[in-house]
Design a protein around this ligand. Structure first.
Ligand code: CP3
Length: 355
């Protein structure tokens, strides 16, 4: 196992000293890059990229060739688990992900298979090993999964949703069935993430994209409790290093203390939460990842640099623990040069806050 040449992302997650603030971008591999669009057109569709370890590796590496990123993230999707459970994932242009066989009844939930990630999601673990070999210790590799709640929204709604009426109907009229599903998903996520760590992932992240549509009580019982189960169930050390886990609940800014209570290493925060406030509330317990509005990349370079400086100043001096990122995925119509301005600005202007 090659040792890491650049470990500042892992160090920041553990709130250790770093020379400059590490940075990566959610959805850093994707449609805003012309080289991604070219490869995708060649491959035919998005899932073909995910299912080929070589292509997934190539796409993972694309943003690293352009920018001085401090981490790589596995190129895959959160919906691989429901697909492997037999729901039939497909993508309709402009409409996002869909399932051929969404879950409608308790008996369908009860009949969901238990996954063996090494068999049912072998293309993902093979992609992780291929990427890890290709990276050769240049930067750490992040493995990820969706949170049980977020996966369940797609599985029950049958795709993306605005109202979440089907899953909320189940939540309030038949909570036992929903808990049965969330429990099965938590078990699947634990074995999936552990297989990613075994294959070479050095940090983990849970995407709870839709936790923020819940009331505080429902968030706790239907999303956070299951993420806590995952935090407790995943491998936290591998090859002599801690494997940090980051929880990201979009629109979850009011629950930072609860999220820190799960025992995670870091919390991802979107742009609706003030970084200085977040640091005061939980910065002594966990690292914080974020939090520039991805739409800021539409602004001109000098404004992007100013916004980076503003967020760095908000996080401020002191015991570290900041991983710079966008507050959500990069938009597909952003100019690639602007992403470069962002990454370089984080490195250039953060030096003053360290050492
Ligand atoms: O961050 C990365 O670079 C790693 C790759 C990654 C993708 N999806 C690639 C992808 C990650 C971490 C995800 C997570 C994901 N997928 C989430 C959680 C994060 C978030 O954004 O909140 C969710 C909700 C999904 C489900 C999903 N997959 C959606 C909503 C979409 C977009 C559909 C569309 O047409 O806009 C996808 C497809 C997807 N996943 C793409 C990429 C690069 C676009 C595929 C393409 O058209 O080429």
């Amino acid at each position: 196992m090659t040792d890491l040449k650049n470990d500042r992302y892992l160090r920041a997650l553990l709130r250790q000293d770093v020379d400059i603030t590490p940075v990566w971008m959610m959805r850093q591999a994707g449609r805003y890059l012309p080289e991604y669009r070219a490869l995708r057109a060649e491959a035919g569709d998005f899932m073909s990229l995910c299912q080929s370890p070589e292509l997934a590796c190539e796409v993972t590496m694309q943003p690293l060739r352009r920018y001085n990123l401090d981490a790589a993230i596995l190129f895959s999707d959160i919906l691989t688990i429901p697909d492997a459970m037999g729901l039939g994932l497909y993508f309709e242009t402009g409409e996002g992900p869909k399932f051929e066989r969404p879950l409608q009844t308790r008996s369908q939930i009860a009949a969901l298979p238990t996954l063996d990630p090494l068999v049912d999601l072998a293309y993902v673990t093979q992609a992780v090993s291929t990427i890890s070999r290709e990276l050769a210790g240049a930067v750490p590799l992040i493995g990820f999964s969706g949170s049980p709640w977020t996966l369940a929204t797609y599985m029950i709604e049958g795709g993306s949703s605005k109202q979440f009426s089907k899953i909320k109907k189940m939540m309030f009229s038949d909570p036992q069935s929903l808990h049965l599903l969330l429990g099965k998903l938590a078990d699947a996520v634990i074995s999936y993430l552990n297989a990613q760590v075994d294959a070479g992932a050095q940090a983990l992240m849970l995407f709870d994209t839709w936790g923020g549509v819940l009331s505080p009580d429902c968030y706790r019982f239907f999303s956070l409790d299951y993420m806590q189960k995952i935090v407790e169930g995943v491998t936290r050390e591998s090859r002599g290093r801690r494997v940090p886990i980051t929880l990201f609940t979009k629109n979850g800014g009011q629950w930072l203390e609860w999220i820190a209570d799960t025992g995670c290493d870091a919390i991802g925060i979107d742009w609706t939460t003030d970084m200085a406030q977040a640091k005061l509330r939980v910065g002594h317990r966990v690292a914080l990842q974020g939090n520039m509005d991805p739409s800021m990349l539409y602004a001109n370079p000098s404004e992007i640099e100013q916004e980076v400086q503003r967020i760095l100043a908000q996080f401020g001096q002191g015991r570290h623990g900041h991983v710079f990122n966008l507050g959500h995925g990069i938009h597909q119509d952003v100019l690639p040069e602007h992403a470069g301005v962002f990454v370089d600005a984080v490195h250039r202007f953060s030096r003053a806050y360290h050492g």
